[in-house]
Design a protein around this ligand. Structure first.
Ligand SMILES: Cc1cc2nc3c(=O)[nH]c(=O)nc-3n(C[C@H](O)[C@H](O)[C@H](O)COP(=O)(O)OP(=O)(O)OC[C@H]3O[C@@H](n4cnc5c(N)ncnc54)[C@H](O)[C@@H]3O)c2cc1C
Length: 518
């Protein structure tokens, strides 16, 4: 017998482990087991409430985790080549193990531990290693992130499966319960290392410091890949899961005349408020108190510029987090955000970005399929120059930005490499600049206190999604022209975040193996 109970509780009961256990114990009788199934904070009215769902059962837990680590040894089995050890690549490898196929992952960056030194070098010495940075290395762009696990995917089965897998590889079970689950940058490396251990112990291979530099194509079929150190890897097929920042891979595909397409994406800035400002707006109180977590927000509006409407929206909001330097090459400046699991820094940051369509890039039209990528790269270079040609980032107080005034001074900020006070209008394309201003004005009207000089903007937030799409067949997942190439994850334009990239990785591996394993 099983049953679900729903309650609407005060935060001091729902979010305090002891008080919550006492509350439930008083409701549940005898030998009945209980389990927290769902928890969401409802801050729409003045009094913040927490909605919870409890599952009751007698013997067998109907909500138990179904996923089990693969057990078969795949040494000596047919091989699949996976380029990239981000969420797409790693979950593709786990699916290979499950289906009795040997995954060989080739990753240009280092393992999660060794990668830390290169992140320190970006923050302290402003040195960007083009193979090891916030985007490249084991775990991909998601490792040193907030580890938010939301997705717009409506396939609940797929989402639950990935969450169960993450729990099996060491994440807290809370991610199965929260409406907006996140893992936190301090906890993600352990999960990734556990996935790596599983892949290796079951006979798979992972080669770090191994950048793929060429394709081996024969008669319209992709046979394998060549690495920078001259090794070749061949297999049943190649899953290309290189992420949105592998510009060299897009150029490589173009050199081989593999069809790629320019893709709409979004670009803007990262805004950082004191967390207390956001808590006050979202929770309608002076202090969020002991129980409520650092508040998050999601904002969206439409703006007109030269009579063309485009969306301006918040992206990858990190409560209690940090702004980080996410460039992948020297000579460019890119920012992004991350948070630790407790989300306990003093700052709330979020990307605020403008949607960019292919038709907005007239000036770049002649660059063909690279027009969005070249636009993105030009803005990043302009930001780098504005910052002072290091990883020091251009910044402006928020209200000053909206009224086009240079800030006399800048507030404290979580961005480690440092800030340079600039006018964003001096280097951001006018269409982006105007839309951002209008967007911030609208956000200020909707959320009183948001448009304040206590906040600052830091630039530029440009790696929101891939500027290139690698087209594949809807049903087989294979590239529409080049056989045995499986474009996968965010870099190919089929995912936008950790969850959707992981789902896509599994799907590509499954499709490839079903198609080519005889
Ligand atoms: C700072 C930051 C914070 C983020 N926060 C979140 C968040 O909280 N939640 C969320 O859902 N998403 C977040 N994202 C986005 C998320 O990380 C990506 O959507 C996701 O990682 C995409 O997965 P992927 O596997 O497709 O590609 P990636 O994670 O980009 O992985 C691609 C991998 O391919 C490797 N590679 C590239 N070129 C080559 C080559 N030539 N040879 C060999 N290897 C190569 C790279 O080194 C990299 O490891 C964040 C991103 C950043 C940068």
């Amino acid at each position: 017998m099983s049953k679900i109970l729903k309650y609407r509780l005060k935060p001091e009961i729902a979010l305090d482990e002891e008080a919550f256990e006492q509350f439930i114990s008083a409701k549940v009788k005898g030998d009945t087991h209980w389990k927290l199934l769902k928890r969401s904070i409802d801050a729409r009215s003045r009094k913040v409430q927490v909605n919870v769902e409890i599952g009751l059962y007698d013997q067998e837990d109907p909500w138990a985790i179904e996923y089990q680590k693969p057990s078969e040894d795949v040494s000596g089995k047919p091989e699949v080549i996976i380029v990239g050890a981000g969420p797409a690549g790693m979950f593709a490898a786990l699916k290979c193990l499950e289906m009795g196929v040997k995954p060989i992952i080739l990753e240009r960056g280092k393992d999660v531990r060794a990668r830390r030194r290169d992140l320190a070098a970006i923050n302290k010495d402003h040195v960007v290693n083009p193979d090891s940075n916030y985007c490249f290395g084991e775990g991909g762009a998601g490792t040193y992130s907030d580890g938010k696990l939301y997705t717009r995917s409506k396939k609940r089965g797929d989402v639950r499966r990935i969450l169960e897998m993450l729990v099996t590889y060491g994440s807290t079970e809370k991610i199965l319960v929260e409406t907006h689950p996140h893992i936190g940058t301090n906890k993600l490396p352990k999960v990734i290392a556990d996935i790596r251990e599983t892949i290796l112990s079951r006979g798979g291979e992972i080669h770090f410091d191994t950048r793929v530099e060429d394709l081996i194509v024969q008669n319209g079929v992709l046979k394998g890949v060549k690495t920078a150190s001259g090794y070749t890897f061949e297999g049943l097929g190649v899953i290309l899961a290189t992420g949105h920042s592998a510009r060299d891979i897009f150029r490589l595909l173009d050199r081989h005349k593999v069809k790629i397409e320019s893709k709409p994406f979004a670009l803007g800035v990262r805004v950082e408020h004191p967390q207390t400002v956001i808590d006050k707006i979202q929770y309608h109180c002076d202090s969020r108190g002991e129980y409520l977590p650092a508040a998050a927000y999601s904002l969206v509006t439409q703006t007109n510029y030269q009579e063309i409407r485009r969306g301006v929206f918040s992206f990858c909001m990190c409560p209690g987090g940090f702004i980080v330097p996410a460039a992948t090459e020297p000579g460019e400046l890119v920012v992004n955000g991350m948070s630790p699991s407790r989300r306990d820094s003093k700052y709330a940051n979020s990307g605020i970005v403008v949607a960019i369509e292919n038709e907005d890039l007239e000036k770049y039209e002649n660059n063909g399929e690279f027009r969005a990528l070249n636009f993105q790269a030009d803005v990043e270079k302009a930001a780098w120059r504005a910052g002072g040609e290091t990883q020091v980032a251009p910044a402006q107080r928020l209200a000053d930005f909206v009224s086009n005034k240079q800030s006399q001074d800048l507030p404290e900020c979580s961005y480690q490499p440092g800030l340079n006070s600039v006018k964003f209008s001096d280097f951001l394309p006018e269409s982006i600049n105007q839309r951002l201003k209008n967007g911030f004005k609208d956000f200020g009207n909707k959320s009183k206190g948001y448009l304040t000089n206590e906040a600052l903007i830091v630039g530029v937030e440009s790696r929101t999604s891939s500027p290139i799409h690698i087209p594949r067949d809807r049903d087989t997942f294979e590239h529409i022209e080049l056989k045995r190439l499986y474009p996968c994850g965010e870099g190919a334009g089929y995912a936008g975040g950790i969850m959707s990239a992981a789902i896509d990785g599994e799907k590509c591996a499954e499709a490839l193996i079903n198609q080519y394993l005889k």
